[in-house]
Ligand binder design. Structure first.
Ligand SMILES: CC(=O)CC(=O)SCCNC(=O)CCNC(=O)[C@H](O)C(C)(C)COP(=O)(O)OP(=O)(O)OC[C@H]1O[C@@H](n2cnc3c(N)ncnc32)[C@H](O)[C@@H]1OP(=O)(O)O
Ligand SMILES: NC(=O)C1=CN([C@@H]2O[C@H](COP(=O)(O)OP(=O)(O)OC[C@H]3O[C@@H](n4cnc5c(N)ncnc54)[C@H](OP(=O)(O)O)[C@@H]3O)[C@@H](O)[C@H]2O)C=CC1
Length: 282
């Protein structure tokens, strides 16, 4: 089906990026947050990134204005009722995700495709609370969304071929490259990335090296753009902690178990860049 209007749930780190790229690619885009203050923070972030692109000469002022004219922020679910595609990017917790999909399933026509940007949850657990399991899939973006070219398209047991084809077309229209994966916790990239990030925390915890030397090691030794502890701060310690727990629950392998330090950091509110404190201070 042709997608012209996109609804995004959540205007945090990922939701804001997804809403931005959708509006820039020419889609009418509605982004929904829980309250006006959180929404304003997310919309401010989008404005600041577009402004920076204009000042760098990467984007014309006219294109910025046109993109912003296609983007609408709301705190109401009703404003998403006529969307062709709903992309969920709220907190990495199953009950919260099931709740928003249950609410939208009542509001949106049967033709609307629902997708989750989850990093690690099972798509089928969300599809099962809706009456559209064939029009339900995973669409996993990478952080920062405007920069990272990859999108994982996740086929649940019930996802139809038509839905997958529409998501391929949509992903290409955003200027991203899709890869296909089955509905297995962590899909492709996080299945490989998360144990690596957790191992970096274990190295720090066990006193093998300083945070700076661990990060420098992987940057200069392996050509990673960011060291693993910097990347943990960038993704969000709270988010990685949730992902690790979900992956450990699924596979019961020690390499997915969150190291004790991660749990203590979450309890302390040290969520990384978004809270001002993580492995580093911001
Ligand atoms: C958890 C999950 O489920 C899945 C995940 O997402 S895992 C995380 C995946 N992401 C990564 O691994 C990111 C690794 N880091 C990087 O690729 C790079 O460090 C980076 C792109 C974030 C920054 O690049 P850098 O060269 O160090 O810094 P910088 O020069 O400031 O930025 C490079 C470009 O990205 C842009 N950029 C950086 N951060 C940005 C952001 N948050 N939003 C938009 N654009 C951004 C900059 O504007 C800059 O653009 P130009 O080249 O056009 O000037
Ligand atoms: N961070 C990353 O690098 C990546 C994350 N993801 C996935 O994207 C999703 C969002 O992550 P991210 O953007 O980092 O998280 P953020 O914490 O930045 O944003 C989540 C947003 O959802 C809102 N929210 C929280 N609880 C609810 C709820 N019950 N109902 C509706 N909205 C709610 C939050 O509002 P409030 O601030 O008020 O809590 C917040 O604005 C997660 O599933 C994550 O796993 C996928 C790829 C990469």
């Amino acid at each position: 089906m042709a997608i012209t209007k996109v609804g995004v749930l959540g205007c945090g780190l990922m939701g804001a990026g997804i809403a931005q790229v959708a509006a820039q690619a020419g889609f009418m885009t509605v982004v929904r947050e829980v309250n006006q203050a959180v929404l304003d923070k997310g919309l401010d972030r989008i404005n600041a990134i577009l402004e920076k692109d204009v000042s760098k000469g990467k984007l014309s002022a006219a294109d910025r204005d046109a993109s912003l004219a296609r983007l609408y922020g709301t705190t109401s679910f009703e404003d998403l009722a006529d969307c062709d595609l709903i992309i969920e990017a709220i907190v990495e917790q199953l009950p919260a995700k099931r709740e928003v999909f249950t609410a939208l399933d009542e509001l949106c026509p049967p033709s609307t495709i629902f997708v989750s940007n989850t990093s690690s949850l099972t798509i089928m657990e969300m599809a099962a609370v809706t009456k559209r399991p064939d029009r339900f899939a995973g669409l996993h973006f990478f952080n920062p969304v405007p920069v990272m070219k990859l999108v994982e398209i996740v086929r649940a047991l019930t996802t139809s071929d038509e839905t997958i084809a529409s998501l391929h077309e949509f992903t290409r229209a955003l200027g991203k490259t899709p890869i296909n994966t089955s509905d297995t916790t962590g899909f492709i990239v996080n299945r490989l990335l998360v144990p690596f990030l957790l191992d970096a925390v274990r190295l720090l915890e066990s006193g093998v090296a300083t945070r700076e030397d661990i990060d420098e090691g992987m940057k200069l030794g392996c050509g990673h753009p960011m060291g693993p502890l910097t990347l943990l701060d960038f993704v969000g310690i709270d988010t990685v902690y949730s992902i690790a727990n979900i992956m450990f629950d699924e596979f019961r392998e020690p390499r997915f178990a969150p190291p004790p330090l991660l749990r203590r950091m979450v309890l302390a509110g040290h969520f990384g860049r978004k809270s001002g404190q993580g492995f580093y201070s911001y």
